[in-house]
Design a protein around this ligand. Structure first.
Ligand SMILES: NC(=O)c1ccc[n+]([C@@H]2O[C@H](COP(=O)([O-])OP(=O)(O)OC[C@H]3O[C@@H](n4cnc5c(N)ncnc54)[C@H](OP(=O)(O)O)[C@@H]3O)[C@@H](O)[C@H]2O)c1
Length: 330
């Protein structure tokens, strides 16, 4: 096996930095796979890890990247044959285990999902962790009784990765989707193309401090946190579900118990990294089936290479990105 390239993050006397290195593959142990990685993607968590703006990586140096899709080239697990198309997202990738920004990745087979029929490797990484999280949030909300006739679904951080996929998936399931965006005018056409019937400007929200406001939404998927999530607790209709996925706008949540005890509103946590394998595989099957966005290709903001990741990570954290960056590796 020749040397291979990987984007590795260091935190040493030269400071916190990411650079491309050459490595050699090491022998596999029982239960491991060697994957030739063809595509990865750029997620919010990747941007935090690569720039050092979030405490994501625990062991340095470490290959970054929470997503990877490719082919098995060597297997020490009977469930996976050489040549199988696979994907892996989350778990300990880019935290304590080398991640997906690499030409070859050694992975525990227990973390690996066979690529579902109906998705290419490229499409799987267009979705990536962002798309998986949107699918998981929908599964959580449906499990908790969410129905299209309960009212519109509000999606915050709408033009981002999770938001874009969520709009498309909810619209495909027959929900009326309202997009809340910080770039409402620049992204309105894009958000409507994905399936939003209405686009609200986050900067125009009249956020007040009353414990309950007029109930507007049948449910919500929130990627922003902070004031937006607090506002959602006050404006979701009785018995509606709010899937809390992210903190792009803040980690605080200042609200009261009133929405929960007077309206029966449900706040559902979404943790994509630690999702157990049977649910994980089910969600990926749905992303290749009833949830597969009709305009997945239009969500691709760009296809970048390993070299470009640090530069695009900064853009992503500045909230300037619409849709998803796919990382082409092989
Ligand atoms: N729980 C999980 O398992 C899980 C999985 C994936 C992602 N996440 C989290 O979900 C969030 C979104 O992830 P992503 O991959 O979709 O990121 P992304 O592509 O960067 O999208 C984030 C979006 O949030 C909005 N935003 C950015 N800065 C903001 C700010 N200061 N205040 C309010 N809104 C802001 C922007 O959309 P608009 O301009 O349209 O408002 C931005 O496009 C992140 O916090 C991420 O860590 C969690």
């Amino acid at each position: 096996m020749p040397d291979y390239r990987a984007l590795c993050v260091y935190n040493n006397e030269q400071g916190y930095h990411a650079r491309i290195i050459n490595r050699q593959t090491e022998p596999l142990t029982a239960g491991e796979l060697l994957i030739e990685v063809h595509y990865s993607s750029l997620n919010y968590k990747d941007a935090l890890a690569v720039t050092g703006k979030g405490k994501i990586i625990r062991n340095f140096p470490l290959v970054a990247g929470i997503d990877a899709a490719g082919y098995v080239v060597e297997s020490k697990d009977p469930r996976f044959k050489t040549g199988a198309a696979v994907l892996v997202t989350g778990y300990q990738l880019s935290q304590t285990h080398d991640g997906g920004y690499t030409e070859y990745a050694k992975m525990p087979a227990d973390w690996v999902v066979p690529l579902p029929e109906g998705l290419s490797l490229y499409e799987a990484m267009t979705l990536g962790t962002a798309g998986f999280t949107a699918g998981l949030a929908i599964a959580r909300m449906e499990h908790n009784g969410q129905q299209p006739d309960a009212g519109p679904i509000l999606i915050s951080g709408a033009s981002g990765g999770v938001g874009s996929v969520a709009i498309s998936c909810f619209a495909a399931l027959g929900y009326d989707v309202v997009a809340l965006s910080g770039k409402a005018s620049a992204s309105a056409q894009y958000l409507r193309m994905l399936g939003a019937s209405e686009v609200l400007d986050r900067h125009q929200l009249a956020i007040d401090a009353r414990p309950l406001e007029k109930a507007l939404w049948g449910g919500a998927l929130d990627t922003v946190g902070g004031d937006v999530l607090a506002w959602l607790t006050r404006t979701v209709k009785p018995h509606g579900n709010i899937a809390s996925c992210g903190l792009a706008g803040g980690a605080e949540l200042n609200t009261t118990v009133m929405p929960f005890i007077l309206r029966g509103v449900n706040l559902l946590g979404v943790d994509s990294a630690a999702t157990e394998m049977s649910l994980r595989a089910q969600v990926w099957q749905r992303l290749a089936g009833d949830l597969k966005p009709a305009c997945l290709d239009k969500m691709v903001a760009g296809v970048i290479s390993l070299e470009h990741i640090p530069e695009y990570a900064e853009k992503l954290l500045a909230g300037q990105v619409q849709g998803r960056y796919v990382v082409e590796i092989k």
